[in-house]
Structure formats: structure tokens, C-alpha cells
Design a protein around this ligand. Structure first.
Ligand code: XIL
Length: 395
């Protein structure tokens, strides 16, 4: 990896101070509160990147990507000048398609598959030596319009099975892991076992979960099969309930010999919410005893409710990045942390018009380690420091 012009410049003093402050008590360093510093510029690329620091600890840091934006030909020619492409290549050692492996992206019609964007990502990752996670094979969202009109009680098993066989089969042997089922628990639906009311549950019944995992295992025996969900991080009543239901689902899987290797904790956190606490750590340790890994799959920090300008947002986000990754990466069965995007420029939170994402002042969110100009935010130093302090894993 080369030092590129894309590298935003931080002063060494900023880094030192940020790392120290985040390291000790996840406090906010003085300079974040407005103090200006000067000194020699430090880079965030090459040996200073999240990728290099993660590799030094035997960890994986990754991000969701938009394959359409990647200059793969440029990378193949060793000559890309595209800053997004450079940033993805230099910072991550594992990637996941933000949308390109979802049903709606892969299934233009009931009888066809379109792997163009997903294959583009695979080609990129091969060139750059990055691992790839698959996301996802079965979800209540991200489905093509035709599915609702086509799926019936008679054909739903076959539709789901064929999709998983074809898609997991297409990438067989090439993926680190698959989010086989995404977000299947939703206590507020008040159904048995906390299962979410979805098309698949309605048409197939609770068996659809097991069917998805068994089909994925047969189609790709080397990918680690993952159950992925959100709002299971905090010790609030709602999230504790949901986390318990996810655990119960995993226990049923294990009792029935369903192949599952990991739980994905999405980690869409909010700057104005309490920080994740002991409940999540207990959950991770329980899964460890059951032989499962835990992946932090989609971390970002929603700044919708943070009052003030960009500095106030950065400070709030750095606080969460100073706390959470350190807490989870301390656990031996948590070897991976991915953020959901790497720059606010492309974050779903910056683009969404949803009330839970849109800021009252209409300013853009700053939820990630890099900002709209692809410059590092204080969250970068906080995350890198958390990686540095994580116990080293065996290669
Ligand atoms: C989101 C993408 O970021 C958006 O671009 C898309 O419009 C909707 O899906 N949980 C998940 C992800 O598992 O797939 C979601 O991604 C974010 C929440």
C-alpha cells in the first residue's frame, strides 16, 4: 500500500492525545473540545491505517461498500486515483456489500440472477487481499417487488431453497461468512419465540430459519454461517428482551443440530442513547461457551439528536467509538468489527429522510471514522486505539 494524496492529515500530537484519552477512560481529549494543536502531520494510511493495526492484532476491521463506486480496473492496473477506492483498500481487511448481495439486487425476476455488482466486489477483494462477508440470504426487507406476488404457501420453501442454493453456491468457498438470516426476531410483533412477522414466517412457518441455515451449509460448507440482528446491544428492557430471544433461537439451533457459527451484532448505536453495558458482554460469553463467534457487523453512531455543529457530533461519536469497540474486542470470540460504511459521504444515515435519521437542523450526520471529505474524524483515532488495545488473536 502506498501513501496516497487521499490521506487526510492529522497532527501527531492529536493522535497521541486522542489515543491516550480514549485508552484510559474513553474520555474526550482536550483538543476535541476546541483546542488547536500544531505539529508534524501524521498519516492515517499504510502502517497507520485501521487495516494495518487490525492485522497486527490478528483482527479484522471492515466496512460495508458500494461496489458500483469501486474503481476495480484502476486497482487491477495499479493506478487508481479514486479516493473512495483507495480508502476502502487501505483501511479494511474485510468487506461486505451494503446492498449488492440482497435479494432485490440479485433477483431482477423470479427466474433470473444478476451477479454483476456482487462479482465486481469479489474481483476487487481478490486484487486487494481482503476477505468478504455475504449479506444476506433471507430478510424481511430488501426483497424485490415480484416476491410478494409470486411467493405462496405452496412454493415458498422451494423459492427460498433455490435462492440460497444458487447464491451461496455462486460464491462457494470464497466468503468468510454469510448472514444467512437477518433480523428474524422482533418482540413487538408479540409472536411465539419473539419471531418477526415476515413473508417467510407466514408462508413457511418457523421452520424457514432452520431451512435457510441447512441449505446455506450444504451450498457453501466453508462460510461461517451467521445470524445477524440489531437492537441487542443495550441493557434497556426492550433490547435485553430481544437479546434473550436471539439467544433462545441459537440454543434451539444448537439443540436441533442446525449449523450456525456466529451471531452478528449490527451495532447501529445512537449518540444520545446509553452505552452498551454488561448484558452484551454476558451474551457474548454465553455464545462463546456454546462454541460461537460474535461479529460486530454494522457499527455506526447515529447523531440525529446531537445538538450543535460538526464538532459536537464528532465528539459524541468519538465517545461511542472510544467505548464500544474496546469493550467488545476484549472478548476472545469477537475477532471482527465492521462499520456500516466508512465515510459519512456514503452513509445510509446521511442520506435517509427517515425521522430516525434526519437531523432537525438538516445538517448531515457524521457517524463514521471518515467524513464527507474522506478525512478522518476523531472516531478514527478512537477505533484505532481500541484495536491496539485488543488482545492479539492467533493468525
Ligand atoms: C441498509 C442500506 O444501508 C441502505 O442503503 C438500504 O436502503 C437499506 O438497507 N440493517 C441491515 C442492513 O442489515 O442491510 C441495512 O442496510 C441497515 C440495517
Amino acid at each position: 500500500m502506498t501513501e496516497s494524496k487521499s490521506s487526510a492529515q492529522w497532527t501527531r500530537r492529536q493522535f497521541g492525545k486522542a489515543a491516550l484519552a480514549m485508552g484510559a477512560a474513553a474520555a474526550i481529549p482536550k483538543w476535541l473540545e476546541g483546542e488547536q494543536t500544531s505539529g508534524a502531520a501524521a498519516s492515517v494510511t499504510g502502517a497507520n491505517s485501521l487495516r494495518a493495526h487490525a492485522e497486527a492484532r490478528g483482527l479484522m476491521y471492515g466496512t460495508a461498500v458500494i461496489p458500483d463506486l469501486l474503481d476495480v480496473d484502476g486497482v487491477a492496473a495499479g493506478a487508481t486515483t479514486d479516493r473512495y477506492t483507495q480508502l476502502i483498500q487501505e483501511q479494511a481487511n474485510i468487506l461486505v456489500a451494503e446492498n449488492a448481495m440482497k435479494w432485490h439486487a440479485l433477483r431482477p425476476s423470479p427466474t433470473s440472477f444478476d451477479f454483476a455488482q456482487a462479482d465486481k466486489l469479489m474481483r476487487f477483494a481478490k486484487l486487494t487481499g481482503q476477505s468478504v462477508r455475504g449479506h444476506n440470504l433471507c430478510w424481511h426487507e430488501g426483497n424485490p417487488e415480484w416476491l410478494n406476488g409470486t411467493a405462496t404457501k405452496e412454493n415458498a420453501r422451494q423459492l427460498l431453497t433455490e435462492h440460497i442454493q444458487t447464491v451461496a453456491g455462486h460464491f462457494r468457498g470464497q466468503l468468510h461468512s454469510w448472514d444467512v438470516v437477518n433480523e428474524a426476531i422482533n418482540p413487538s410483533d408479540r409472536l411465539h419465540d419473539g419471531l418477526r412477522k415476515t413473508l417467510w414466517l407466514e408462508l413457511i412457518g418457523p421452520d424457514y430459519l432452520e431451512l435457510a441455515f441447512r441449505t446455506a451449509a450444504a451450498a457453501d460448507p466453508t462460510a461461517k454461517l451467521t445470524y445477524n440482528d440489531y437492537d441487542i446491544e443495550l441493557d434497556t428492557w426492550d433490547q435485553t428482551t430481544k437479546r434473550d430471544q436471539v439467544l433462545a433461537l441459537v440454543r434451539r439451533f444448537k439443540a436441533n443440530g442446525v449449523p450456525i457459527h456466529a451471531v452478528g451484532v449490527q451495532s447501529h448505536l445512537k449518540a444520545d442513547a446509553p452505552l452498551p453495558g454488561g448484558g452484551l458482554v454476558k451474551f457474548i460469553r454465553t455464545l462463546r461457551k456454546m462454541g460461537l463467534e460474535v461479529y460486530i457487523t454494522e457499527m455506526d453512531v447515529n447523531t440525529r439528536a446531537v445538538e450543535g455543529g460538526p464538532n459536537a457530533q464528532d465528539k459524541a461519536v468519538a465517545k461511542v467509538f472510544g467505548h464500544y469497540p474496546h469493550r467488545v474486542l476484549a472478548e476472545a470470540n469477537v475477532p471482527i468489527l465492521l462499520t456500516w460504511g466508512i465515510t459519512s459521504k456514503h452513509s445510509w444515515l446521511s442520506h435517509s429522510e427517515e425521522p430516525w435519521a434526519k437531523r432537525p437542523d438538516d445538517a448531515r450526520q457524521r457517524p463514521l471514522p471518515f467524513d464527507d471529505d474522506l478525512k478522518p474524524t476523531p472516531a478514527f483515532a478512537a477505533l484505532r486505539s481500541a484495536i491496539d488495545r485488543a488482545p492479539a488473536r492467533k493468525g
